[in-house]
Design a protein around this ligand. Structure first.
Ligand code: CMC
Length: 431
């Protein structure tokens, strides 16, 4: 017999089913609680709420484990690449040779941005926030390709392969366009080259001279994107699922996810790390004074890139990215003083009881900014690169919602804490 949980409320016993995931994760199913008892489950910010069952990503924050479709992130970073991992995250299996080729072809064939969509850019101020441009351009894919965005799950799922390939590829191209538009540079169309090389080409090529990435640079970008491919029910992914649950099409749902990622508490942490490292450098500190201040407990002095809402152990992505960072800087012969400061901070924090006792370890954002800086990506584009990397995870989650025959619109409840019923007072009597 399956396990149940008993809840005693007002002298009545309620039996609630227990759900156990494939990795042994346990949840009490409270769905019937309101109907049977009048109570709802309260969990501000959903920190302890399972909002769905998902077979995409397994994350064990206590033990620093991250797996996509069962495959450890360490193995994917070592042996796979972003495009293949994107396929795995979206479709659930590593592709066969033929599937891999068809997926790559779809990405390449749908990489370009049509003139009508290019024209939309002209309406933005040159200094418009990159994530605002990205989210509105991705939303406008729904207007530009209405046949792929019908807001009817059945029809949208029939066209899913094309819409998904288009989304991954075009989010990348739009990202490159944003970089160029802000610099007053013309759109560079994609070429028939691998995904990350193409992103670098579209960002950095000059009119008469194509940028050709050295393999180490393309590989570092590949690793960076792969490490961001999915991360369970984070703020932006949950947003995509929530919007998608209303039967909103893929592009619209992705646009909402991009908006969620634009917030500094989510996608902006690597930018905050760079600002922190730069200010430590400008103040001629080697990190010692900053570490002392970070232990004061004030939010404004936090060691950015340390700590995580779910990892209570090393973020497994941080280990991989730290190594990739060393490799690419060495290859490019870059001696970045900010990297030295970052390493001093990491060494000092890992030995310090304040950080050890609170289980504060480096997260993926601690080193990702340094890699992007080495690749020539400006700080205000960091979150756009993050969005390109996260697109497969968002797409896979949207698909899970759309394909779930038992799915329902996401609609949490609340505990109302406003005024109790009162009568309307006409304006003339309000003074
Ligand atoms: N530096 C110094 N002290 C810290 C830090 C930090 N980075 N993070 C947490 N603490 C302290 C905090 O002051 C508190 O101390 P005390 O127990 O004495 O009051 C204790 O550690 C627990 O803090 P918390 O805020 O309850 O921890 P949390 O798990 O809710 O917060 C966090 C997680 C990520 C918001 C936080 O660690 C933080 O602000 N880190 C810096 C920003 C950052 O790197 N964010 C990126 C996170 S990854 C996001 C993503 O994957 O999308």
């Amino acid at each position: 017999m399956s396990k149940t949980a008993q809840l005693k409320l007002d002298d009545k016993d309620y039996v609630l089913p227990v759900i156990v995931g494939t990795e042994g994760e346990k949840a009490i199913d409270t769905r019937t609680l309101r109907a049977t008892s009048g109570y709802i489950a309260y969990d501000q910010g959903y920190g302890n709420t399972g909002s769905c069952e998902s077979s995409i990503t397994y994350l064990d924050g206590e033990n620093g484990v991250l797996r996509h479709r069962g495959y450890p992130i360490e193995q994917l970073a070592m042996h796979s690449n972003f495009v293949e991992t994107a396929y795995l995250v979206i479709y659930g299996e590593l592709p066969t040779v033929a599937q891999r080729r068809a997926f790559s072809d779809r990405l390449r064939q749908n990489a370009a941005i049509e003139p009508q969509m290019q024209a939309i850019f002209q309406g933005y101020p040159k200094d418009a926030p990159p994530m605002a441009m990205l989210s509105s351009m991705v939303a406008s894919l729904a207007a530009h390709y209405p046949q792929l965005a019908t807001n009817d799950f059945e029809k949208d799922l029939q066209n899913f392969d094309l819409a998904a390939g288009m989304a991954i590829s075009k989010i990348r191209t739009i990202g490159a366009m944003i970089y160029r538009y802000q610099r007053g540079l013309a759109y560079i169309p994609p070429k028939d080259i691998p995904f990350c090389d193409n992103l670098l080409h579209m960002m950095f090529s000059e009119l008469y001279q194509d940028y050709v990435a050295v393999p180490e640079v393309a590989r570092a970008l590949n690793t960076l994107l792969l490490l961001h491919a999915d991360h369970e029910q984070n703020c932006s992914t949950s947003t995509v699922r929530m919007v998608g649950s209303s039967a909103a099409n893929l592009f619209t749902s992705l646009s909402a996810g991009i908006c969620a990622l634009s917030g500094p508490l989510h996608g902006g942490a690597n930018t905050a790390v760079m600002h922190m490292l730069q200010s430590i450098h400008d103040e001629h500190d080697d990190g010692t004074r900053f570490i002392a201040a970070a232990k004061s407990g004030t939010k404004s002095n936090r060691l950015m890139g340390f700590g995580h809402p779910v990892y209570r152990n090393f973020d497994p992505r941080a280990k991989i990215i730290g190594k990739a960072c060393d490799e690419v800087l060495q290859k490019l012969g870059i001696n970045d003083p900010l990297l030295e400061i970052a390493k001093n901070l990491e060494q000092a924090a890992l030995k310090d009881d304040y950080f050890i006792s609170r289980k504060l370890y480096p997260n993926v954002d601690f080193y990702s900014g340094i890699i992007m800086r080495a690749l020539g990506v400006p700080v205000n584009m960091f979150t756009v690169i993050f969005a390109i990397g996260r697109s497969p995870g968002w797409i896979a989650n949207w698909r899970e919602v759309a394909a779930n025959p038992k799915g329902r619109i996401y609609r949490p409840r609340q505990v109302y804490s406003g005024p109790v019923k009162r009568d309307y007072v006409p304006l003339a009597q309000r003074g």
